[in-house]
Design a protein around this ligand. Sequence first.
Ligand code: ADP
Length: 174
Amino acid sequence: MERLQIIQGDITKCQTDAIVNAANTSLLGGGGVDGAIHRAAGSELLAECRTLGGCPTGEAKATKAYRLPCRYVIHTPGPIWRGGKAEEDRLLACSYRNSLAQASALGCKTVAFPSISTGVYHFPLHRAARIAIDTILEYLQAHHEIACVTMVCFDSVTLSAYQQALAETEQKHA
Ligand code: ADP
């Protein structure tokens, strides 16, 4: 689908209306993409995050973007992989869906996502990619206010996994 793009890159460079941060439930910063976003945004981002009182897994909260080239950062803690029987699939879908709902509410037309939960949270990559792609496509079909979603994959292995998941979904619906 034209409205879903998959690219390799650094999400802190994205000039979309919103970027999504794979945060932790404290919203007080961490490693990986969370650390990169806080470094690029500057310390005011952490100051605003401190006022939010954390965020439960699968939910999403928005802040301003400060020195980032986007307008908003939408913070969502994805699930930590615990073997698959702790509602990880449902919670990962919630992270994508609730982030998109925040973007819609803020009037965003373009949104960029990192590969939520597949770094230090160890969600299996191909399984996460299928859930991400299916959830985003379902949301886009129901919500025309979002013009375009970009999946920003940091490395080529992640890029291949999301490209493959999109190809599988397109085949299923062909
Ligand atoms: P989680 O805790 O949700 O697993 P991580 O930040 O550890 O989050 O990893 C999520 C994904 O984000 C991984 O694929 C990681 O390589 C990727 N990542 C790290 N830095 C960036 C960045 N600057 N832009 C986009 N993706 C990034």
